[in-house]
Design a protein around this ligand. Structure first.
Ligand SMILES: [Zn+2]
Length: 141
């Protein structure tokens, strides 16, 4: 029986308290970046500290991915007959930044601008040891 593993420990931590996104914050101007980077996208400073981002936010914009993305880098189902559409959107983490993420909801009639979203993960593939590889996603609260 496999266990849940992160798609990338540099961006997604699977903790006992749930998933966390790992970004960085600029020591000079306080701008958050995700994924973590060695430089600030706003002031171009290079003094950055690791920052664990908030887990709740508001949906800002979204679309529905209705066909398999190009693989690689996409790791999920690529057979168009088996592919399940999924939502993709930007979630505003208050006081931090907008994060582009997969959404657990794929129905554009359910998704609403400003709706409350919470960080979760979804399994998208398995590694050679049978572990489920999870990527981050946001679900409606
Ligand atoms: Zn900065």
């Amino acid at each position: 029986m496999g266990q849940a593993v992160s798609i990338n420990d540099n961006i997604l931590l699977l903790t006992d308290d749930g998933p966390r996104l790992k970004g960085a914050v600029c020591n000079d101007c306080g701008t958050h970046v995700f994924p973590a980077a060695s430089g600030c996208s706003k002031c171009t400073g290079s003094s950055m500290s690791e920052a664990v981002l908030g887990t709740e936010g508001a949906l800002w914009a979204w679309t529905v991915q209705g066909f398999p993305p190009k693989a690689p880098p996409y790791l999920g189902e690529t057979d168009p007959a088996k592919f399940q559409p999924y939502g993709v959107g930007y979630v505003t983490l208050e006081g931090e930044l907008k994060v582009e993420a997969r959404l657990t909801e794929a129905d554009s009639k359910v998704l609403k601008s400003g709706m409350a979203m919470r960080l979760t993960t979804v399994p998208i593939a398995q590694d050679e040891d049978g572990n489920d590889i999870h990527t981050f996603a946001f679900e409606p609260v």
